[in-house]
Design a protein around this ligand. Structure first.
Ligand SMILES: CC(C)(COP(=O)(O)OP(=O)(O)OC[C@H]1O[C@@H](n2cnc3c(N)ncnc32)[C@H](O)[C@@H]1OP(=O)(O)O)[C@@H](O)C(=O)NCCC(=O)NCCS
Length: 144
C-alpha cells in the first residue's frame, strides 16, 4: 500500500469510492472538492493506493482561530475507504500520514465532526485515540 498526497488525476477513483459508499456518482462535486484541498495545501490531504488504484482518501487542512479554538488545528473533513478494502488499516495509514503533515504545518491538535448516525466512523476515530470534545455542534435550517 502506498500513501501519497492527493492529485487532480485521482478524481475518478475518489468519485468511484464515494459512489460505492453513498450510491451517488458525483464527479463535479469531487472535482471542486479535490481542487479546493490541493489549492489549500498540496501536501496535506492523502490517498492510499493499492496496485496503482486509489482505495482510500482523507482530505483536510490546518486552520486556527475558528470557533474560539485558537490552537493550530488539523481538521479531518472528508474521508472514505473502498468497502472492499476496509479492515486492512487503509484508514489508519492515511491518518498516520496526515497527522505527520499536520504536525509539519504546526498543528498541535486534530479535530473532526462525526454524524451520530454513522457509528462506524465514530468507532474508527475512537480506535485512533480521539475523545469527545467539549464543543457543541449547532444547526439552524434556512427555509426558502
Ligand atoms: C471509517 C473508515 C474510513 C475506516 O476505514 P478502514 O480502512 O476500514 O479502517 P482501518 O482498517 O484503518 O481501521 C482502523 C481502526 O478502526 C477500527 N474501525 C474501523 N472501522 C470500524 C467500524 N466500522 N467499527 C468498529 N471499528 C472500526 C478498526 O477496528 C481499527 O482498529 P484497530 O487498529 O485498533 O484494530 C471506512 O469504514 C469508511 O470509509 N467509512 C465510510 C466513510 C464515509 O461515509 N465517508 C463519507 C462521509 S465523509
Amino acid at each position: 500500500m502506498k500513501i501519497r498526497p492527493v492529485e487532480d488525476l485521482d478524481l475518478q477513483d475518489i468519485a468511484g469510492i464515494d459512489e460505492a459508499i453513498s450510491g451517488s456518482y458525483r464527479p463535479e462535486t469531487w472535482e471542486k472538492r479535490i481542487m479546493y484541498y490541493i489549492r489549500r495545501d498540496p501536501e496535506v490531504s492523502q490517498v492510499a493506493e493499492i496496485d496503482g488504484k486509489v482505495v482510500g482518501f482523507m482530505l483536510g487542512e490546518v486552520r486556527g482561530g475558528e470557533f474560539g479554538l485558537e490552537e493550530p488545528t488539523g481538521w479531518v473533513e472528508v474521508l472514505g475507504v473502498d468497502p472492499d478494502c476496509r479492515g486492512r488499516s487503509v484508514g489508519r495509514r492515511l491518518a498516520e500520514e496526515m497527522w505527520s503533515r499536520f504536525r509539519a504545518r504546526g498543528a498541535t491538535t486534530v479535530r473532526t465532526l462525526v454524524d451520530e448516525e454513522m457509528p462506524g466512523i465514530a468507532k474508527f476515530f475512537d480506535a485512533l485515540g480521539f475523545e469527545p470534545a467539549a464543543v457543541t455542534s449547532l444547526v439552524l435550517r434556512l427555509d426558502d
